[in-house]
Ligand binder design. Sequence first.
Ligand code: SAM
Length: 237
Amino acid sequence: MNSLDFEPIGYITSCYKEKFGIPRQPGLVPSAKAQLTLIDAFDHESVRALEGFSHLWLQFIFHQTQSHGWKSLVRPPRLGGNKKIGVFASRSTFRPNPIGLSVVKLDDIEIHKSSVTLHLLGCDLLNKTPILDIKPYLPYVDAITDAEGGYAQQKPEVLMEVDFTEQATFQSKEASLRLGEDIPTLIKEILALDPKPSYQNNTEILDRIYRMKLYDFDLSWQYCENNKIRVLAINLT
Ligand code: SAM
């Protein structure tokens, strides 16, 4: 097979500093912010007229998993992690060519001297993700309202009710002040989707403490009875 060489056009700065906990598709955590900074070869002319679009398609490299290879059958979390389907019927990160595709909201375009930064909302992208291309989302062609969604016809339900310990409430307010973001809302949107692996059952999760890295802090939580999550702490890393 011929190989093709592509260079990233830019890199993502995201609130998600590790893979665990990132939503499984874009738009599910609307308050998650990210910035796409274009490399020097692209100045303001390369984004002229982009401000008229509310949403963008991003093509990117699954850079953190690209060395892990791929298999022709995968177990998507939407099927509980125990049923196999073909890699091309999935949005798995482990693909023959490790290319991802996400539709994201364009919040703002910042042009400073010759540097271009796109401010984005609702990304499902890890920090430092290399971006291959940007295309405007065209509702008249891209929004197919009667399309069949196979085993993922519906948006995943919000599964979990999220509350905070007294300590976590205090720490989340401090983090909001420090970062200038609504951290409690961000945490609730992420945890409501239930980030734990779908094969873990209810009895084995109750005693465990789960952690993920967001911005500059470690978030920890525990599962409680009746689909509840309790946020335990938000500690600076
Ligand atoms: N929307 C994209 C698509 O359909 O191609 C990505 C879907 S993929 C299932 C989403 C997951 O990719 C996230 O939950 C996160 O764990 C993982 N991910 C995001 N950015 C990544 C990166 N740069 N390298 C490896 N994995 C990444």
